[in-house]
Design a protein around this ligand. Structure first.
Ligand code: RTP
Length: 156
């Protein structure tokens, strides 16, 4: 299969957890993707600097909240993950919940763990193209090289 992007209906998504969730329930958040059946292809715990954060959010550079968003993401470590699975971007964003935690449903990550839009604790790629760019930025060496052994229990 291709390195990233759509392949046989399987796509990869970059998900990052912001520092506010560390010390709270980072394992719970990871387990929501695992329980669904998505496949963890890469994970690391890192501090990013301002140029890196500005690159990650470059599409938002004209927004009034851009500098606050960058300040937030560089204020502590981030858990960056690559998840693979059928419809993982769309389904992943449902697991994450609406951007504004005031509108995200209980049971979603933001609905359960966040109150303010500028502290919504998690980001997920919004397209296969976006995921490809973000994975290249966050994981320049690519995803981990391993295969899930439970694939046939999840996919028909
Ligand atoms: P994300 O990319 O992080 O998953 O979020 P999103 O698509 O749901 O939202 P987007 O519009 O791309 O915004 C990216 C992040 O910027 C922060 N934000 N703050 N203060 C504000 O009005 C505001 N609006 C957006 C949020 O952290 C949002 O996730």
């Amino acid at each position: 299969k291709g390195t990233y992007g759509v392949s046989g209906g399987v796509i990869e998504e970059l998900v990052k957890l912001d520092e506010s969730v560390l010390g709270l329930q980072v394992g719970d958040i990871i387990s929501r993707f695992e329980k669904k059946g998505f496949y963890l292809k890469g994970m690391k715990f890192i501090n990013v600097d301002r140029p890196f954060a500005e690159k990650h959010y470059e599409d938002l550079s004209a927004k009034p909240f851009f500098s606050g968003l960058v300040d937030y993401i560089i204020s502590g470590p981030v858990v960056a993950m690559i998840w693979e699975g059928k419809n993982v971007i769309l389904t992943g964003r449902k697991i994450i919940g609406a951007t504004n935690p005031a509108e995200s449903a209980p049971g979603t990550i933001r609905g359960d763990y966040a109150i303010e839009i500028g502290r919504n604790i998690i980001h997920g790629s919004d397209s296969a193209e976006g995921a490809r760019k973000e994975i290249a930025l966050w994981f320049p060496d690519g995803p981990a090289n391993w295969q899930s052994s439970v694939h046939h229990w999840i996919y028909e």
